[in-house]
Write a protein of this length. Structure first.
Length: 221
């Protein structure tokens, strides 16, 4: 790969009105070689890109089949991490089970996951989960019979009587596991590019700290 790199410009799509794009944003779009866009962009703005520009859809939606963060990072010339989707399945018990649980019940975590826990929810239900299963498919958000059976076995070991309660929902989600233990955060001022990747479920509680860290990196860049 050549040492020469281009620049990445982050241009806001706005609330859908193409007339609200900034002048500099439009100028960057009109001379772009590659346009990486998401599902919020107005088609009129895409049409402002040069005829020979490459369009790459990287949006996140319920339909799946979108590029993931490691692939976007590679599009910009880097190969630092690979995302492996890690499925977490959960079981939600009826609100009548809430009387059994007054606080979070968490077994001793392992090096891979914090393990299956039982927790009351803000809506008055009881939550059992999650699992932690690495998958080859980044769009596979389905629950599995094996995963739900495993949850019930783990739940039985923590609180036997919980399994007598009614289940109201099951669901699954994916978090982006990588080969690294740490978040993948890099700042490239010359290319106007910031990579914030590999943010697993801990990112929910760490999001404010991550944002502050990125701001600090930008201030010293």
């Amino acid at each position: 790969m050549s040492a020469a790199r281009g620049k990445a410009y982050i241009v806001g799509a706005g609330p859908g009105d193409p007339g609200l794009i900034t002048v500099k944003g439009l100028e960057a779009l009109q001379r772009a070689d590659v346009v990486i866009y998401d599902r919020l962009i107005n088609p009129y703005l895409l049409a402002q890109a040069p005829t020979g520009a490459e369009w790459v859809y990287a949006g996140k939606g319920t339909s799946g089949n979108a590029l993931d963060q490691d692939e976007i990072d590679r599009l910009l010339g880097y190969n630092r991490f690979t995302v492996t989707p890690r499925r977490g399945e959960l079981i939600v018990f009826d609100k009548l089970a809430r009387r059994l649980v007054s606080h979070i019940l968490l077994p001793v975590p392992t090096s891979i996951t914090k393990g299956v826990l039982i927790s009351p929810t803000v809506f008055g239900n009881v939550l059992l989960g999650p699992t932690a299963e690495d998958l080859p498919d980044k769009s596979d958000t389905a629950t599995s019979a094996a995963g739900l059976h495993m949850l019930l076995d783990k739940g039985k070991a923590i609180m036997t009587q919980l399994l007598d309660e009614e289940v109201t929902a099951v669901y699954a989600g994916l978090r982006p596991a990588t080969e690294h233990k740490d978040y993948q955060i890099f700042v490239h001022p010359a290319e106007r590019y910031i990579c914030v990747g590999g943010i697993r479920s801990t990112g929910v509680s760490a999001s404010l700290g991550i944002a502050e860290y990125v701001v600090e990196l930008l201030a010293t860049a």
